[in-house]
Design a protein around this ligand. Structure first.
Ligand code: 3PG
Length: 205
């Protein structure tokens, strides 16, 4: 397996739904709703108890999708996420231990950054993509533009405060690999199983 998040994203839609799954039963219908709208890369955050089981289920039942784990904050979560079959790891911060742990298993990892120092740490550990988080508070589009001159080899995966109103501004930047967010999967609609409404939202992006 390649260590490059960018390679993993090649040929796929450059918007990644960031999902906080309320229950396991929602996993398949939600994934099917999103993939019917073209979203084939999904980030399932480890913020709910069913997340790991959902990742394992999706890997088995929907092998055509790319399914990663988000909100990975410590080595125990990293191990569990990798054991569940996660194809990429997203963390809110930059931890060399997590970066090296994922690399040792050959799985791409995208650490959260807000500063050039964190980008340097990620770059020096061999990564090609970092997550600007929370993008809207960390300087957004202007920050990513400014970093392009200093880190020409680094791609950004901004999340945090992105919506259908501003996602195109991010995607227009040459050093943005993809953008992510929870706006495609509002918790109330997922809990209610309102797949039609989620399909409508997803279809607009
Ligand atoms: C993340 O984990 O990337 C963010 O929580 C997504 O941010 P959003 O909810 O503002 O889209």
């Amino acid at each position: 397996m390649s260590n490059s998040f960018r390679s993993l994203m090649e040929g796929r839609k450059s918007i990644v739904p960031v999902i906080v799954l309320p229950n396991l039963d929602s996993a398949l219908p939600l994934a099917d709703t999103l993939s019917a709208a073209g979203f084939t890369t999904l980030e399932i955050t480890l913020r709910t108890d069913c997340a790991l089981e959902a990742i394992a289920q999706l890997r088995q039942a929907r092998p055509e999708l790319v399914v990663g784990a988000g909100t990975v904050k410590n080595p125990g979560q990293l191990r569990a996420a990798l054991d569940s079959g996660s194809q990429f790891i997203v963390s809110p911060g930059t931890s060399p231990e997590l970066i090296q742990g994922a690399a040792a298993r050959g799985v791409p990892v995208v650490p959260g950054v807000m500063t050039p120092s964190e980008i340097m740490t990620a770059e020096n550990l061999g990564l090609d993509t970092v997550k600007l988080f929370p993008a809207s508070l960390a300087g957004g589009v202007d920050f990513i533009k400014a970093m392009g001159a200093v880190f020409p080899g680094i791609g950004f995966f901004p999340t945090g405060g992105i919506s259908e109103d501003n996602v195109d501004q991010y995607l227009a930047l040459p050093n943005v690999v993809c953008a992510g967010g929870s706006w495609l999967t509002p918790g109330s609609l997922v809990t209610a199983g309102n797949w039609d409404r989620i399909h409508e939202i997803a279809h607009r992006c």
